[in-house]
Write a protein that binds this ligand. Structure first.
Ligand code: MF3
Ligand code: CO
Ligand code: CO
Length: 367
């Protein structure tokens, strides 16, 4: 993913931000005009010594307080039943990036710290290119599956980074994120409300967390890019369903692909599925051509859109929808990478690199 979607082809306006953390009590008109329901026998009235006027004022105060408490209780209940509120994600310490042996081929952006432009050429391969894409993507899938086996309460995302880094180096490949536009580590680890681009750090995963691990490798001049969202320990049924639907969205998107198909069918299929469950499809981050270059055209929008263009046999690109249980708007930390849902609600993502064929799409990032 990684890319900011151009706004031009979006068919629908953005949804407003609904604050989730630290929201204030809504003002309620019933606070001042709710009917008086205290009975005359209420102990609050004491020895009937209150005048009618005093009674009204006093009752209004009680009513207002009750109303405020009701609103609060309702809101808390809503959050608990929708998804158990987890403490907001805090950043840990980020250790220095790991060394890469000299004999390993580096992508051209390494050492520049400049975020590369999205290359304009689509990536369409001959049989030799396809063979190399297969190899890179298979390695990415193997590394991702291994990373997934490490997910458990108390492991740090930095430890996951270390293992991912080592496995990629051992295979003679380069971890594509390391040094991409200054990204400091070898893999992205995005926890709970983190939509994407989480930087591995000293934070220990907690029981009930979800974590997306996004692996990209550069092998023999080709990138393979894939991610999955994993459960850490016991995760609530609501979250489990949310993550399952996100994976299904990726599958629906892939099923829309074949030589000659419109790119915009992908966003339509994904949106239809997410909407069925009331989840939001994030618009800011998109899929992309991938191959010799990490990020190129075509930009793949996961939301409904009117973008023109059709798929071509031999072409490789990613599909990588991010869903949110709440707001699809995002905020990015001052590290310029870590991106969270604006309202703190959980986000999940799955990604594959696919190859367009005459009759469909082949998922390259499998093993
Ligand atoms: N793997 C991400 C993608 O799916 C890109 C990560 S770029 C990084 O496109 F610099 F954040 F690693
Ligand atoms: Co990608
Ligand atoms: Co990726």
């Amino acid at each position: 993913m990684a890319l900011t979607a151009p706004l031009v082809h979006n068919a629908f306006p953005k949804t407003p931000i609904i604050p989730f953390h630290g929201e204030s009590l809504p003002s309620s008109s019933s606070f001042i005009s709710s009917p008086l329901t205290l009975s005359r026998s209420s102990s609050l009235l004491g020895n009937h010594s209150l005048s009618r006027k005093q009674f009204v004022v006093f009752a209004r105060k009680v009513s207002g307080l009750e109303e405020a408490m009701n609103i609060r209780r309702e809101r808390e209940l809503r959050v608990v039943t929708k998804f158990k509120k987890r403490p907001p994600l805090k950043r840990g310490r980020v250790s220095p990036g790991l060394p890469v042996p000299d004999h390993i081929l580096r992508p051209p952006y390494v050492g520049t710290n400049i975020l590369p432009e999205i290359a304009s050429e689509h990536q369409i391969h001959d049989s030799e290119g396809i063979a190399k894409m297969r190899a890179a993507c298979e390695l990415a899938a193997r590394v991702l599956n291994h990373a997934g086996t490490l997910v458990r309460p108390s492991i740090t995302t930095n430890e996951i980074d270390k293992e991912v880094h080592q496995m990629i180096i051992d295979a003679g490949a380069y971890p594509s994120p390391l040094g991409y536009g200054g990204f400091p580590k070898s893999v992205c680890t995005s926890v709970n409300e983190c939509m994407c681009h989480g930087i591995p750090d000293s934070r220990q995963l907690q029981n009930g967390d979800i974590v997306n691990i996004d692996v990209t490798v550069y092998l023999d001049g080709y990138h393979g890019d894939t991610s999955k969202t994993y459960f850490c320990g016991e995760v609530s049924d609501e979250l489990k369903n949310f993550v399952k639907v996100t994976e299904e969205c990726l599958e629906k998107g892939i099923a829309a692909c074949r030589d000659g198909a419109l790119f915009r069918k992908i966003g339509k299929k994904i949106s239809e599925h997410a909407e069925k469950y009331g989840y939001g499809v994030v618009e800011r981050f998109v899929g992309h051509g991938v191959g010799r270059v990490f990020h190129s055209e075509p930009i793949i929008l996961h939301n409904r859109n009117e973008k023109p263009g059709r798929m071509v046999e031999g072409q490789t690109f990613t599909i990588e929808p991010i869903l949110s249980m709440g707001s699809i708007n995002s905020i990015t930390w001052p590290d310029n990478w870590t991106t969270l849902t604006a309202d703190g609600s959980p986000a999940a993502q799955f990604e594959h690199t696919i190859l367009i064929t005459k009759t469909g799409a082949e998922i390259l990032t499998t093993c």
